[in-house]
Design a binder for this molecule. Structure first.
Ligand code: NAD
Length: 335
């Protein structure tokens, strides 16, 4: 069977990682990447041998900066079976007409609204929903992290109620524009936060509410998760279920913070020190007065990357079984 032709529109934090993951898959081929500016990321894409596309009015700017452009974004879209839109949140929706006119399938990221695609995706939770679809949205890093744990615990014990506090990194490491530098910011102040409703775009039946604050760090989000379960269970029962999830990693052995998790990723020689899995302190898993509590850390730049690969496979129906796709993606990426 011929390989699925994948194009990446927007080559920043998420786009460059999705491109690198696509070239590791034996059932996918990277058509190229689209970039609007000739910055260091564009130079890196070129040096990796990727075909670079851009907007029609940027071709000469790229040329002046020494970047040979293969064509326009429209050309790239025309050469693809599926486009992964990794442009900044709110920009992606403007590209919908381009994809629809070209008759190509499209994946957006969590910065876009659910309604844009009509299907919000997490491989471990609702893979089947994306089978054969033309438009899919891979949910945000936080929502991905929450779905990965709430879904299996719901299947095993029934989740009556989920209450989550999200402590969010204020900016990505390469982002010089966002803050705060020295403050803790309730974000949003109006409660509950939008993260709970976002989980419901994947699992509508879950009673979940969330609160969120932004912290002056670039290293991961941290979630405090509190679940009321239908079935009585012990912390060991919960640990057993979570230990079976391939995109969940237990941390301990002197790891007391997100900084040490990032150091672990470096020690593991992970590309860009990415940590694709949810990192759960299994020591924190506690049943207190009948309710479950635990801490997990989420690497915002990378946890959604394997999910994008699985979304491509579901939409193209090259694998109809979610578990098999997850296993294939994990093997190719080294998860
Ligand atoms: P980013 O700013 O790092 O990268 C976006 C890229 O798109 C940049 O290279 C920018 O130059 C390019 N771009 C801007 N306008 C464009 C256009 N019109 N056409 C083509 N390219 C254009 O953004 P990001 O962090 O990678 O976020 C992308 C999406 O992924 C957003 O929806 C975001 O919410 C979501 N997301 C981000 C994270 C994260 O932590 N960074 C995590 C999960 C999901």
């Amino acid at each position: 069977m011929s390989k699925v032709k994948v194009a990446i529109n927007g080559y920043g934090t998420i786009g460059k990682r999705v491109a690198d993951a696509v070239i590791l898959q034996d059932d996918m081929q990277l058509v190229g990447i689209a970039k609007t500016r000739p910055n260091f990321e564009t130079v890196m894409a070129r040096d990796k041998g990727f075909d670079v596309y851009t907007l029609p009015d940027r071709i000469s700017t790229m040329k002046d900066a020494g970047i040979e452009v293969v064509g326009t974004i429209d050309d790239m879209v025309g050469n693809a079976d599926v486009v992964v839109d990794c442009t900044p949140g709110g920009v992606g929706e403007k590209n919908k007409a381009i994809y629809e006119n070209a008759g190509v399938k499209a994946i957006w990221q969590g910065g876009e609204k659910h309604e844009l695609a009509g299907c919000s995706f997490n491989a471990e939770t609702n893979y089947e929903e994306a089978l054969g679809r033309d438009l899919v949205r891979v949910v945000s890093c936080n929502t991905t992290g929450l779905c990965r744990v709430i879904s299996p615990l719901d299947i095993e014990f029934g989740v009556k109620k989920a209450r989550v506090t999200l402590m969010r990194r204020a900016a990505d490491p390469g982002d010089i524009k966002n803050g705060p530098i020295n403050a803790i910011v309730p974000s949003p102040i109006k409660l509950p936060s939008h993260h709970g409703p976002d989980v419901k775009t994947v699992m509508p039946h879950i009673d979940i509410s969330t609160t969120a604050v932004k912290l002056p760090t670039t290293l991961m989000h941290l979630h405090t998760i509190n679940l009321e379960l239908d079935k009585e269970c012990s912390a060991e029962d919960v640990e057993a279920v979570l230990s079976e999830q391939s995109r969940v990693r237990f941390v301990g052995q002197g790891i007391t913070s997100t900084a040490e998790i990032m150091e672990l990723a470096r020690d593991m020689d992970r590309p860009r020190s990415d940590m694709w899995e949810n990192c759960i302190w299994n020591e924190s898993i506690t049943i207190y007065e009948g309710e479950l509590y635990f801490f997990q850390a989420i690497h915002q730049e990378s946890d959604v990357i394997p999910e994008n690969i699985d979304a491509i496979r579901a939409m193209m129906e090259i694998e109809n079984n979610g578990e098999r796709s997850v296993a294939k993606t994990n093997k190719a990426m080294g998860i």
